[in-house]
Ligand binder design. Sequence first.
Ligand SMILES: [Zn+2]
Length: 203
Amino acid sequence: MTYALKELFRRFALSGEGAVRDRAADDIIDYFIGLMISGMQTKVRELGLVFDVEFAMMFQDDYRAYMRNILNGFRLRIRDFIEEMERSDEELDYRLGWEIDRIIHDQERYMREGGEMNAYILLQWLRPNVTITKTWNANVGDPKTCGICLSMHGTTVPVGEPFLRPTQVIVLPDGGFVRYNYIERQSPIAHPNCRCWATINID
Ligand SMILES: [Zn+2]
């Protein structure tokens, strides 16, 4: 799949034709949604629930819009790169490979974990009498862990609520603050290559 997937990204970035581009974008997005569905299916089975197709559909529309934005940004960066000056094929190949790998890496994680999280959201939905929360965990002892992740460490929220929302203010360990301005995060991911993880608490 990886080779075919990378090929779709290349087609999306380099094709001038709207229809080819749209088709490639849909196929890329379908691939990531497939990961969410399979992550959810596996966890749903583990939890002894029945997979609910309609419930899984709920999470798809926002993702399509979000992913289209990411893809369009990627395409514009590649177009700019091509137009800036004469680029060799090697340079373009390198830049494309780097951008594509980064997006795939982030989205694969985001969707797999998102799928698992959705299974717990389904569980909460079916069992209103139990309280399910999730906790953000960061690599606290690691000097490479960023201030946002350190600040989020230990944050516990109901499983159906996001850890991070656009415009949310995060107070950093050094007393400064940043305004989070990205999409809602149901999983503990603050930035590309974030290594944080969630624990689920069921009472
Ligand atoms: Zn992190």
